[in-house]
Design a protein around this ligand. Structure first.
Ligand code: PEP
Length: 247
């Protein structure tokens, strides 16, 4: 039986004051049966890592450099994220792919660095609206996952998470139907199962894209949806916790 992970991606939002209040609210609240993680802006990781100690809420970063150390201005090494207390790191978020031009190969290299450093990557995959309309959804998701498999192999997914995030649903208020999401999640699990059934069975596959307290229960009740990667609704402790309670 897989546990469910509700992870908050705070993106580039908040101030020291607002993020500490948010952490206080999340730690103090009822999270139901869900595992929780928060992914704050990098500059707040050390502070929030300290606040989360012994809370049972995990810390994650929003990206990681593909290199171990050196002259890579603006980047963060996996070892630094570990030192800050991170368990997770998001890789391949659609905003990184579309705004910053991160290719499948670069995402795969970042994923691999996270694995080598003992972090659990949350690999984001998903299609644009145009790709969905052209019935390319599964081809796109498979291509994005294949790039990672080619570098890290199926074994890496024993300590990784996949987040299916249709690009057209991120930050738009337009959520995938439970049936649309389940179909993609089941296809991902089937693909992984063909390589290693045990790893596929234990793999947490999160849904992301305008998940909120109103639509979470139906999405999370799907057999292959093992939690959520939450953007906007993770910025309010009550909404984030309400999603967790929907597990
Ligand atoms: C995200 O950015 O990963 C995300 C799912 O955002 P939102 O929940 O705001 O759609």
């Amino acid at each position: 039986m897989r546990s469910s992970l509700i992870a908050g991606n705070w993106k580039m939002n908040g101030s020291l004051e607002s993020v500490t209040a948010l952490v206080d609210g999340i730690v103090a609240g009822d999270r139901g049966k869900a595992e929780l993680a928060v992914c704050p802006p990098a500059v707040f990781l050390m502070k929030i890592g300290g606040m989360l100690a012994d809370s049972g809420v995990a810390l994650g970063a929003q990206n990681v450099c593909q290199y171990a150390s050196g002259a890579y201005t603006g980047e963060l090494a996996a070892s630094m994220l570990s030192e800050a207390g991170c368990q997770y790191v998001i890789v391949g978020h659609s905003e990184r792919r579309s705004i910053y031009g991160e290719s499948d190969e670069l995402v795969a290299a970042r994923f691999n660095m996270a694995i080598e450093a003992g972090l659990q990557p949350i690999l984001c995959v998903g299609e644009t609206l145009e790709e969905r309309q052209q019935e390319q959804t599964l081809a796109v998701v498979n291509r994005q996952i294949d790039a990672v498999l080619a570098v890290s192999g199926i074994e890496a997914f024993a300590s990784a998470v996949i987040a299916y995030e249709p690009v057209w649903a991120i930050g738009t208020g337009q959520v995938a139907t439970p049936e649309q999401a389940q179909a993609v999640h089941a296809s991902i699990r089937e693909k992984m199962s063909a390589l290693n059934a045990e790893i596929a069975d234990g793999l947490q596959i999160l849904y992301g894209g305008s998940m909120n307290p109103g639509n979470a229960a139906e999405l999370l009740s799907q057999p292959d949806i093992d939690g959520g990667l939450i953007g906007g609704a993770s910025l309010k402790a009550d909404d984030f916790l309400a999603i967790a309670q929907a597990v």
